[in-house]
Design a protein around this ligand. Structure first.
Ligand code: ZN
Length: 251
């Protein structure tokens, strides 16, 4: 092996082992002063909610909440460092800005995820091993990290009656005591709520064509999603094919 090849190989190994940060919050920011991140659990998923930055974004009103739902989440943590100690983060890179949400490529999370982690569902490791990704969000007073197959971003907004939707999981978002999950547009029954889930399950409802909207509720079909959008002048997230789908077929 020539010296040049050796150097090249060493460089390649070094390069492959360096985490690469891909900024994901290109359409929102967390509040820089008091983001107040909170975690809630839902089946296989973990929901992170936090206050959005209304100083930087005209379309965000003060006190509005953003949510990131991490799909099929193996483990997560909310802990050190804070913004003053960012240089102590284990993958610290001076050109990676604080206060942002990233996908970490080339992460060595399997070896060095901090010990204050909470294992959410250990069976996800076997089931989704090759699809797991490392996400990190640097907030002012702490850092959130998790390992999951993907994420979806949602916003909590006032519903048609002016009532603020409750920040919780994305199945039961209304504060009403109704034991049935109904279409928010036509009122059709989609499922029956149990204490911590629903029958049919979230996954079954999704696969049969009902449309879950994070922190909002359910619509029974694409038709009802379209109608609701028109009625209340809102915009749902759509896939490239034009379907309303916050989970991109990943459930
Ligand atoms: Zn409907």
């Amino acid at each position: 092996m020539t010296l040049a090849t050796q150097i090249h190989q060493r460089w390649l190994i070094l390069y492959m082992n360096t985490p690469i940060f891909k900024k994901l919050n290109n359409h929102f920011d967390a509040d820089p002063n008091a983001p107040d991140p909170k975690i809630s659990l839902l089946g296989n998923h973990v929901v992170l909610s936090f206050f959005l930055n209304s100083f930087l974004w005209d379309n965000v009103s003060e006190g509005e909440t953003g949510t990131l739902t991490f799909l099929n989440c193996l483990q997560y943590r909310l802990g050190k460092p804070d913004s003053d100690n960012y240089h102590r983060y284990r993958y610290y890179q001076s050109d990676v800005e604080y206060f942002d949400f990233y996908l970490v490529e080339n992460s060595t999370w399997i070896e060095d995820f901090p010990i204050d982690k909470k294992i959410h569902n250990s069976s996800i490791l076997n089931e989704f091993r090759s699809k797991l990704k490392h996400f990190v969000f640097f907030f002012r007073d702490n850092t959130f990290e998790c390992v999951a197959t993907g994420y979806s971003f949602g916003r909590v907004f006032n519903d048609a009656s002016g009532r603020k939707e409750q920040v919780s999981n994305f199945i039961i978002s209304s504060t009403s005591k109704d034991i049935y999950c109904r279409c928010s547009n036509c009122g059709k029954t989609i499922a029956k709520f149990t204490e911590d889930s629903m029958i049919p399950t979230f996954e079954e409802c999704y696969k049969s064509g009902a449309v879950p909207v994070p922190n909002f509720g359910w619509l029974c079909s694409q038709n009802c999603a379209n109608e609701y959008e028109e009625k209340y002048h809102i915009k749902f997230v759509r896939t490239k094919e034009g379907k309303v789908d916050y989970y991109y077929g990943e459930i």
